[in-house]
Design a binder for this molecule. Structure first.
Ligand code: PLP
Length: 284
């Protein structure tokens, strides 16, 4: 694989970042994952806007312009021959060559790293045809989940808890209400109404969430943004998650309870189709 590090395109074995980098020592870094379908980027604009917001919230400098970012994405897709897959981007605060809780001086250069992941069959995924089994776990993450930081240890542990329980993923619960999945936004459908948690600092403002809610409304589907419990989701007709890397993923089981007939629901399937079709039309 050819990867990008601070202005250079290199074989992955030659790419280097300082051991003092604050991304490495303190998870002082933000990231984005953009999917590639047909060799084109899905919703690059949405990811670029959210990246800028994450950087602003953490008073981190922009590593380069949006146009330069787009060019790096495109060049990596081309160099690595990606037809279906992902582009991972990470910006960290860099380092001034030591470990210190205090941020380094303003002129410290941020570290910009990008790499691709080849995922043939991403759109026509067998996992989406089967649907995901979910367990619920407590949400013990920090209070600024709207900032897309690389603090992914708890979500990673949540995925492992799911795996050990024979499930695919976990939804997290705080104060009795579902926040989101370990790496996706969470929804259920009851009597034709799609329910999902409203945006706040408690969840990531999913780029796919925004697109899917717009497409749902265009398709005359009812959407309610409100808090919901795991019991409501378990009693639902169907459920699903959204993310840039899995698009719309039907959920067929929550905490061992099958939803509907235990297969992907019609609204989740339809939204997946609409989302893939529309986002590919606008891919760049
Ligand atoms: N929520 C969390 C915690 C995530 O990590 C992600 C994606 O990584 C999402 C939601 C979905 O966001 P997006 O649709 O922008 O990928």
């Amino acid at each position: 694989r050819t990867v990008y590090v601070n202005g250079e395109y290199l074989p992955e074995t030659e790419a280097k970042v300082s051991i003092f980098d604050r991304g490495f020592l303190m998870a002082d870094a933000v990231y984005e994952v953009t999917s590639v379908l047909g060799g084109k980027l899905i919703d690059f604009e949405g990811h670029a806007v959210r990246l800028k917001r994450s950087l602003d919230e953490l008073e981190m400098a922009e590593p380069c312009t949006k146009e330069e970012l787009l060019e790096i994405h495109r060049k990596l897709v081309e160099l690595n021959g990606i037809d279906e897959g992902l582009v991972y981007l990470q910006v960290s605060r860099g380092s001034d060559g030591d470990r210190d809780f205090v941020f380094p001086s303003e002129d410290t250069k941020p570290t910009l790293v990008l790499f691709t992941q080849n995922k043939p069959g991403l759109a026509d995924s067998p996992a989406a045809k089967k649907g995901a089994k979910i367990i619920s776990i407590e949400d013990i993450r920090w209070g600024r989940r709207d900032i897309k930081t690389v603090q992914l240890l708890y979500p990673s542990m949540g995925k492992m808890m799911a795996k050990k329980a024979g499930a695919d993923d976990a939804w997290m619960i705080e104060d009795g209400h579902v926040t989101e999945g370990t790496s996706n936004n969470a929804y259920f459908v009851k009597d034709g109404v799609i329910v999902t948690r409203p945006l706040s600092n408690d969840i990531l403002h999913g780029i796919t969430r925004k697109a899917v809610l717009r497409l749902a409304e265009e398709a005359q589907l009812k959407v309610e943004e409100r808090l919901f419990t795991i019991e409501e989701a378990k009693a639902a007709d169907e459920a699903f998650t959204t993310s840039a890397s899995a698009f719309v993923m039907p959920v067929v089981e929550i905490d061992g309870v099958a939803l509907g007939d235990g297969t992907p629901g019609p609204i989740a399937k339809r939204l997946r189709e609409i989302y893939l079709e529309e986002s590919m039309k606008e891919a760049i």
